[in-house]
Ligand binder design. Structure first.
Ligand SMILES: Nc1nc2c(c(=O)[nH]1)N[C@H]1C(S)=C(S)[C@@H](COP(=O)(O)OP(=O)(O)OC[C@H]3O[C@@H](n4cnc5c(=O)[nH]c(N)nc54)[C@H](O)[C@@H]3O)O[C@H]1N2
Ligand SMILES: Nc1nc2c(c(=O)[nH]1)N[C@H]1C(S)=C(S)[C@@H](COP(=O)(O)OP(=O)(O)OC[C@H]3O[C@@H](n4cnc5c(=O)[nH]c(N)nc54)[C@H](O)[C@@H]3O)O[C@H]1N2
Ligand code: SF4
Ligand SMILES: [Mo]
Length: 723
């Protein structure tokens, strides 16, 4: 302990030197010493809460000594993360103490992006936001002229409620950068986006889905305990998951649908499917049989570059292991142009072998109903317009919107202008493809307010920044993590807020007042809110305080007969709903565009030490402090590129420089680097100007069924930087 404190002391001392250097260079002093460091409490304690570094929300047992977080340990009561906290979750212990934290509200004083700010107090900052949002409503005569953008997180519900109370239709969330086509495709066939019962499966096919680096709990944990499982991984890269698999198939990017359709062809033609299940539970089998006639493994071989006999063998093995075989639904599906169609086909492969709701198969998630804290939104007359991107996406999720068509509509100013932007826990400058367009969109705004914990790339271009307390310093509402083993969790403060920051709820409570809204949906304390959420379960609130976990008794059995929530109440191999929208009633293959000679397909993906654009983390940065371009040995040789050479990667929309990682572990026609580096914000000391930015080079294609962005449709050229 002594050593750690001393290191911390030294770090702080060198930081003060940095503050002075920055101050004299005219760069604003974000690291001011005028902070409200909370009084330290003597002694040791453990506090149960949950992680917020990524979507999984694993259980934490925080070890606190003298008011300071010493370590974040796994919460043994938490079934979803099964006693695990990953490297990033561990590094979370540094988050409250990060030098890059936002410590008090900031108001821009220079031009946008000039990084000149002044410190403001909360009353003033909230007043500026309220006045500016109201001004936009007044000048535009339209409440939807204010857009709200956010990403999942326990406090996000307060932000969304505020947007509703404010009266804007333009809420845009992260699913169309992530899994919208997955949800759409699976729901169209199975009526749900199911969980994979990895623990009990004997045979698993991964289409991308790098579960041993892109962690999804409990799947990643169950996968590590492979036992006798056979794992097949289709990925243009040799990922850690591929390394742990029985078989790695370096599929050509954008051709997985051909593989899945050929699997269907084999299962049907070779009568490997579950006849009883298909007869009783599915709709449109004969149509599907006819539809896949020409999608033979020999045809798929030409598309995917996977031998026909391999496809045939995998289909056979898959059927032999059924129902304990899973063609994994995946998480991020912002891949290629036929993604919603691909996810429909994957759902059909699963359904054909009768694994739906079977042990070791695909299982409809169980949830735990919580009580909703209701409020009655006021209807404002100055909001006659509909959502901006309505009509551009066939299955637009009203509650989440679609980022790319939305941004295009703002850029066009049609059908009406959007003039203010408020973001919560999202960083569109880094996470929406084609950064230049996002910055253009922001230029259209009269006013931008950002709620973040760091000076993200988006905060950097804001007018007012409202700093949120970190997840280890605040109460967060109860939240259900649905799944095969669902659980209710929440957050309670591990330490008192270190600086002049607030929770999203407190910020929204303030904005209700400064915007003069007619309804106040937030007429409660966070503790009362949580108590109401769980009031139907005796002792649940106390259980949360004690272990941060609540699981009601007598949960239903996740396996076995359950109603199917499609139009026909059957698993739909043929979709009349799709047909009625002018779409293919059955998944239909479209060839990906050719990769021009000498160029590459660019793909994105995860690494176990990074989280999106929140990669600016202490500790982890010492293990991975830059991104590198994965390029195949032969392709590198052709271009005269050696390992570690500086290379330029260039697409039609942008470019970036980074070092090469020359490897056999990627297809010769594909290149890759990790997201989260190449930041533009000088407030992100570890990623600013380091390596290349994905959002800078990614083109902005989207898929018209779900509106999902397509992050694997960009062609790049690579050259060695000489001299
Ligand atoms: N460590 C870590 N874990 C995370 C996250 C994180 O930031 N860090 N983020 C979480 C989130 S939000 C998400 S959405 C999930 C995402 O987790 P996954 O769904 O696993 O997604 P990625 O790792 O982004 O991409 C998966 C793989 O697809 C491969 N790929 C690219 N093109 C193709 C193709 O055409 N076909 C096939 N078959 N494969 C292809 C890529 O090489 C990559 O390895 O991870 C979650 N877990
Ligand atoms: N180029 C590229 N783009 C991608 C992806 C990719 O792999 N490559 N992946 C896509 C996927 S799958 C997803 S899910 C999205 C995610 O994209 P986003 O939804 O934008 O999420 P992050 O990039 O993690 O940015 C989160 C922001 O929230 C801030 N933050 C962290 N904790 C808190 C908190 O407690 N309170 C507040 N107020 N702020 C906080 C962070 O500082 C950061 O600025 O990105 C998508 N976009
Ligand atoms: S997977 Fe890691 S970063 Fe994500 S919630 Fe769990 S511990 Fe935190
Ligand atoms: Mo995601």
């Amino acid at each position: 302990m002594k050593n750690l404190s001393r290191r911390e002391f030294l770090r702080r001392t060198s930081l003060s030197a940095l503050v002075l250097a920055f101050a004299s260079s005219g760069i604003p002093v974000l690291f001011s010493e005028e902070t409200k460091i909370a009084a330290t409490t003597k002694g040791k304690k453990y506090v149960y809460t949950s992680c917020e570094i990524c979507v999984n929300k694993c259980g934490l047992k925080a070890h606190v000594e003298n008011g300071r977080i010493v370590r974040l340990e796994p919460n043994p009561h938490f079934p979803k993360s099964r006693g695990m906290v990953c490297a990033r979750g561990n590094a979370g212990a540094r988050v409250p103490y990060s030098a890059d934290r936002l410590k008090f509200p900031l108001v821009r004083v220079g031009e946008r992006g000039e990084n000149k700010w002044r410190k403001a107090n909360w009353d003033e900052a909230l007043k500026i936001v309220g006045e500016n949002l109201n001004k936009v409503v007044e000048t535009q005569k339209n409440r939807s002229a204010v857009m709200f953008a956010s990403t999942e997180g326990f406090q996000e519900e307060f932000f969304k409620t505020f947007a509703e109370a404010f009266g804007s239709y333009n809420v845009v969330r992260h699913p169309t950068l992530c899994l919208a086509s997955n949800i759409q495709g699976f729901s169209a066939v199975l009526g749900t986006y199911p969980d994979a019962d990895i623990k009990n499966a004997n045979y698993v096919i991964f289409c991308g889905s790098n579960r041993l680096e892109a962690l999804i709990t409990p799947d990643s944990i169950d996968l590590l305990k492979t036992g006798n499982k056979k794992i097949v991984t289709l990925d243009p890269r040799f990922t850690k998951t591929a390394a742990k698999s029985g078989e790695w198939l370096p599929i050509k990017v954008g051709t997985d649908l051909a593989f899945a359709l050929a699997m269907i062809n084999v299962l049907i033609n070779e009568e490997l499917y579950d006849k009883k299940f298909v007869e009783e539970k599915t709709f449109g089998f004969e149509e599907l049989k006819n539809h896949v006639k020409n999608y033979t493994p020999e045809w798929a071989e030409k598309e995917t570059e996977i031998p026909a006999e391999t496809i045939r063998r995998i289909a056979t093995e898959f059927a032999e292991n059924a129902p304990k075989s899973v063609y994994y639904p995946g998480r991020r599906s912002s891949f290629s142009k036929n993604d919603a169609e691909l996810r429909r086909a994957i759902a059909m492969v699963n359904a054909l072998v009768g694994n739906f709701n079977a042990k070791g198969g695909l299982v409809q998630s169980l949830s735990i109903p919580l009580k909703k804290v209701e409020f009655e939104p006021v209807w404002y007359d100055d909001n006659a317009e509909e959502r901006l991107e309505a009509g551009t996406v066939q299955f637009l999720t009203e509650s989440s919107g679609a980022w790319l068509p939305f941004r295009d509509a703002v850029l066009k100013g049609e059908p009406y202008p959007v003039k203010a932007m408020v973001t919560y826990k999202t960083n569109p400058v880094a996470s929406v493809p084609n950064r230049k367009k996002t910055l253009e969109m922001m230029k259209k705004m009269d006013f931008i307010a950002v709620i973040d914990t760091e000076m993200s790339d988006t905060a950097y271009f804001a007018d007012v920044i409202l700093p949120e307390s970190t997840y280890l310093e605040r109460w967060d509402p109860a939240h259900v993590l649905s799944g095969i083993e669902p659980v209710v969790t929440f957050r309670q403060p591990v330490i008192e807020p270190l600086y002049d920051t607030k929770s999203c709820l407190e910020i929204m409570q303030g904005l209700v007042k400064t915007c003069g809204l007619e309804t106040n949906p937030f007429d409660y304390t966070i503790q009362n809110y949580i108590k109401t959420q769980v009031e139907n379960y005796e002792g649940a609130y106390e259980k949360l305080l004690e272990t941060a976990v609540f699981i009601p008794e007598n949960l239903p059995n996740p396996y076995g007969e359950r109603p199917i929530k499609t139009q026909t109440q059957k698993i739909e191999f043929y979709s009349e709903k799709y047909l009625s929208k002018g779409l293919n009633p059955m998944p239909t293959y479209e060839k990906p565009g050719e990769i021009p000679d000498g160029k590459f397909k660019f793909v994105v993906g995860r690494h176990a030490f990074f989280t999106h654009s929140s990669t600016n983390l202490d500790y982890l940065n010492t293990i991975m402090n830059q991104n590198t371009l994965w390029i195949n040995t032969k392709a590198a040789e052709r271009l005269g590129i050696k390992n570690n050479d500086l290379v330029l990667v260039k697409s039609a929309v942008g470019e970036g420089k980074l070092n090469a990682f020359v490897t056999e572990g990627i297809r010769p026609d594909t290149v890759f680097f990790i997201h989260g580096f190449g930041s533009v914000s000088k407030g992100l000391s570890k990623t600013y100007g380091v390596g290349a930015s994905e959002s800078e080079i990614l083109e902005d294609h989207y898929e018209p069924i779900s509106g999902n962005a397509l992050l694997h449709e960009t062609i790049v050229q690579v050259e060695k930087v000489r001299g």
